[in-house]
Design a protein around this ligand. Structure first.
Ligand code: SF4
Ligand code: SF4
Length: 188
């Protein structure tokens, strides 16, 4: 992967992201460029095929204190809008997927943040989420009771996931009121 190209792309696009820490797939592609996007898609396919994260008993999500995590969801309830950190974290279980690509992606992410920091970007700290409460308090406050109910077994996880997706879409696109753009996340 061309690291410098990814860093240049990151610096060009980072200030245009208004709703970090959440990010869409298409913004991820614009932020890091096609090469990184293709590498991530390959790892994602491997993950889906081998069900690495799905079968993981010791998920990184609760370890980092993510407010949206409940084991009952099976996977991230805001998968299509999950933060960059979640998209670029691959634990040792991904060693067989080609460790060099994983290490390269980690280096690119680190150097992008370093370059943005040197350019005095105020957005850099938003890439530290999750946990989400500091940078997306509206989202965590609106969804806390649903996540809690799912954890206690008193709310259907799939129903709760749809409610949480709606809140995440609202956070991502606060001007949206007609529900049109909600459909993609809720239906995913
Ligand atoms: S990245 Fe590793 S620790 Fe995190 S959910 Fe996937 S397999 Fe589990
Ligand atoms: S937002 Fe990130 S840490 Fe939280 S549940 Fe989703 S993938 Fe896990």
């Amino acid at each position: 992967m061309n690291k410098q190209k990814a860093i240049t792309s990151f610096l060009e696009y980072v200030e245009q992201l208004p709703h970090l820490p959440l990010i869409t797939d298409s913004d991820m592609c614009k932020l890091f460029g096609e090469e990184v996007n293709t590498a991530l898609a390959e790892i994602d396919r491997f993950n889906q095929k081998e069900q690495i994260c799905l079968r993981c008993q010791n998920r990184c999500c609760p370890v980092c204190g993510c407010e949206l995590y409940a084991p009952e969801f099976g996977r991230c309830p805001i998968y299509n809008l999950r933060p960059v950190l979640c998209r670029l974290h691959f634990c040792h279980r991904f060693n067989t997927a080609g460790r060099s690509v994983v290490v390269e992606l980690g280096d690119i992410f680190f150097e992008c943040l370093q370059a943005a920091d040197q350019a005095s970007s105020a957005k850099v700290r938003l890439f530290e989420s999750p946990p989400l409460a500091r940078d997306a308090p509206e989202l965590t406050e609106a969804t806390a009771s649903w996540v809690d109910s799912v954890r206690k077994g008193s709310l259907d996880p799939e129903y709760a996931r749809k409610l949480i997706c709606r809140e995440a879409e609202k956070y991502q696109t606060p001007d949206t009121h007609d529900g049109t753009r909600l459909k993609s996340a809720v239906d995913s």
